[in-house]
Ligand binder design. Structure first.
Ligand code: MG
Length: 261
């Protein structure tokens, strides 16, 4: 009895000693070290209003500012044929997905979209489009305002994998936003998966995906495994045949941060 009590006390003491050192091991700087580099200064820009798109942070890459789609192309490299008018780009059915000319991996992405008004169709046929991170991982764009579909296919779902935590959709015709934090997958030289992709999504400022781990690329009707890819690939917007509008698209590339695992 006494022996086991001693063992417990010793065990607790070891735990108490070990815990603080865990924290210390993860940070190489002394607390409040004034030699520690300060973060870069960024002008945060402004938030959008229903009528006026906001201004992007000063270190963002502007992918669409309402004027032209010169930063985008179709899969064959031809100029984007989607309609541009009055500060927005609108999907033109059967022209195909558009891809950013620049490739991106880990990123913070801001996208605004508006669903067709009046709404047309039901279920997956109402205002369907999508934001494809690395052209492979879809955050669903759909008119999910009073429009029922399957949970992992509604607006802000990781398509076919994770329903959003809530349905924060605005009515058709109103501007909506996705703010996405994405960490792409990593593979070793032999193509073995070292880390899966993760994504966080705010829909209209409301948390919809909380750092979820993707099972692989998103597809309709299946969950295929990862295939090795480069760390960066073009971002894509989906032509699903519905005239969804986009505006104010910007992206910030993320470097590995201190404390990131
Ligand atoms: Mg879609």
């Amino acid at each position: 009895m006494r022996k086991s009590l001693l063992a417990v006390v010793t065990g607790l003491a070891i735990c108490a000693l070990a815990l603080p050192s865990l924290g210390q091991e993860q940070i190489k700087w002394k607390i409040h070290d004034r030699n520690r580099p300060l973060p870069p200064v960024v002008d945060p820009g402004t938030a959008s209003t229903p009528d006026v798109p906001g201004r992007a942070p000063s270190d963002a890459v502007i992918l669409f500012d309402g004027k032209d789609l010169s930063k985008w192309a179709h899969k064959d490299g031809s100029a984007a044929k989607w309609k541009v008018a009055n500060g927005y780009a609108e999907v033109v059915a059967k022209t195909g997905y558009i891809y950013s000319r620049q490739a991106f991996g880990d990123c913070q992405l801001h996208v605004e979209f508006a669903e067709p008004l009046p709404p047309k169709g039901t279920d997956q046929e109402r205002g369907n489009s999508g934001v494809f991170l690395m052209g492979l991982y879809e955050i669903q764009v759909l008119d999910s305002f009073e429009n029922k579909t399957y949970a992992d296919g509604q607006a802000a779902a990781v398509y076919g994998q994770y329903p959003p935590l809530v349905n924060a959709s605005r009515p058709p015709g109103k501007w909506q936003s996705y703010d996405i934090v994405f960490h792409g997958p990593r593979f070793d030289a032999s193509g073995k998966l070292l880390r899966p992709a993760r994504v966080t999504v705010f829909h209209n400022g409301v948390l919809a995906q909380d750092n979820v781990m993707l099972t692989g690329p998103t597809e309709h009707g299946e969950r295929p495994p990862y295939k090795p890819t480069p760390e960066k690939l073009p971002l894509a917007l989906q032509d699903h045949g519905d005239p969804v509008r986009y505006r104010n698209i910007w992206i910030r590339e993320l470097k590995s941060a201190e404390g990131e695992k």
